[in-house]
Design a protein around this ligand. Structure first.
Ligand code: CA
Length: 452
């Protein structure tokens, strides 16, 4: 690309983030809407009129059907010959039941699609705005759609990168005087999670059975988890993998990220406490992980980039990056008891508090030569802020059940009860608009009868 055309491409991308840009879809212009024209997150949807899951983009209260748009010749993949991928039919990529093949086309393609969609949906563009038949075949109300897991997830890794969370948990489970282990400040601690049990928002979650060891007992019992919890996290999605044996440098790491989702890493605290020494959590975390259905691209999040917290000691060279690599994402957790009229906001915090950045997590993950693949999911770790009401788990909010949280309209919670619905929400607040993630929700079903 010549310098002039590169400049032109950068200007066109910047225009998709222009806060003054408006859409002819009215709901998108509501300042409280999660999906303004500046967002354009990708997901997988179906609806009664077409039950085949395929790629869509959320705008306002609508989903744009990219397969239909592509079939109509209104969405062109920028330069198929330039990508290292077998692109014979763009509609096939958008007609897939997962985003992976689209993501594999590469960042220039994501950006090309973003620019075309932003133009088509802008208030001044008449192509769809003034053509009712086209609009009817391209748009589906979100309220009428089923949202599916957006990715085929080859691997799921979960980090532990909030200093406040690691300190709180270390104080409760080990030793308040040495809550943070010495390795924590030197690297983003993580473990390999379980991709098979990642589910999309709205999927019910079954309370797990497992081994529980009561404080005074010699041996464990088998039974239903009594300390079921959430973990408020974000996740990032790998957009470009690396080859086995070839680490990703910290400075290049964001080029490998497609976008972000909200993530609830459901946790069974009693199972966790008994099983986690010496190899870390296993059954306490593998029964379900819920993600939000829309993947918000780094291109949409760019205006909300902020400096990460100061790091002391200075990280080793392979974990250093110049510039700002945290993102200002407001986060909330709501709990609604079964049959309750209202939900209670039990936590408010922000992703910007995270000590280790996504770039550092990815650089550390691959420093050994571990390969990553398109669609891999990386959890941030529980996001806890510095104050009591900003903790990202009930374990911390109630201090292991000692200080139950009061629910609006009566009742209280130490841990999650059957029938409770937990919802994570997240958004970046712009001037007059916000880049939202939609909801990440799950309701708890009773455990199967224990017959251990
Ligand atoms: Ca976690």
């Amino acid at each position: 690309m010549s310098a002039a055309s590169e400049q032109q491409a950068a200007a066109a991308l910047a225009a998709t983030r222009d806060p003054s840009r408006r859409s002819w879809i009215d709901a998108a212009n509501d300042p409280a809407c999660d999906f303004p024209i500046q967002n354009l997150p990708f997901g997988i949807f179906s609806h009664p009129g077409n039950t085949t899951p395929r790629v869509g983009v959320a705008i306002g209260d609508q989903i744009v059907d990219l397969a239909a748009l592509s079939d109509a010749g209104l969405l062109i993949l920028p330069d198929p010959s330039a990508v290292d991928f077998d692109v014979t039919n763009a509609a096939r990529v958008f007609a897939n039941p997962a985003l992976n093949d689209f993501i594999a086309l590469g960042r220039d393609t994501w950006r090309g699609v973003r620019k075309q969609l932003s133009a088509l949906l802008s208030s001044g563009n008449a192509t769809l705005r003034d053509n009712e038949a086209l609009r009817e075949s391209m748009l589906v109300p979100i309220a009428e759609a089923t949202l599916h897991l957006p990715l085929q997830i080859p691997g799921y890794t979960d980090f532990y990168s909030s200093k406040e969370h690691a300190t709180n948990v270390g104080a409760m489970f080990r030793d308040p005087k040495n809550a943070l282990l010495p390795n924590w400040s030197e690297m983003p601690i993580g473990y390999n999670g379980r991709a098979s049990s990642v589910v999309v928002s709205g999927t019910p979650v079954r309370r797990p059975n497992g081994q529980l060891k009561l404080p005074d007992a010699d041996r464990p019992v088998y039974g239903a988890c009594r300390k079921l919890d959430i973990e408020l996290e974000t996740g990032f999605v790998i957009g470009r993998g690396n080859s086995l044996g070839e680490p990703i440098g910290c400075e290049d790491a964001e080029d490998h990220i497609f976008g972000m989702v909200l993530l609830n890493d459901w946790s069974a605290r009693d199972i966790q406490q008994w099983e986690y020494v010496p190899l870390g959590p296993f059954n306490a975390k593998t029964f379900a992980t819920t993600i939000s259905p829309w993947v918000v691209t780094l291109d949409a999040l760019e205006p909300f980039r902020v400096a990460q917290p100061a790091q002391d000691p200075q990280p080793l060279p392979y974990l250093r990056h110049a510039g700002a690599h945290a993102f200002d994402v407001s986060l909330e957790v709501e709990l609604r008891a079964e049959g309750a009229a209202a939900s209670t906001t039990i936590s408010r915090t922000n992703f910007r508090h995270m000590y280790w950045t996504m770039a550092q997590q990815l650089a550390h993950h691959t420093v050994s030569g571990c390969n990553t693949r398109v669609g891999d999911l990386m959890g941030s770790g529980t996001i806890s802020g510095p104050t009591d009401g900003s903790f990202g788990s009930l374990l911390e909010l109630t201090w292991n059940g000692q200080k139950p949280v009061a629910l609006d309209g009566g009742g209280k919670r130490s841990f999650i009860e059957d029938g409770d619905e937990l919802t994570l929400k997240g958004w970046c607040q712009g001037n007059g608009y916000r880049i939202g993630f939609g909801a990440c929700a799950g309701r708890i079903l009773p455990a199967h009868p224990a017959q251990g």
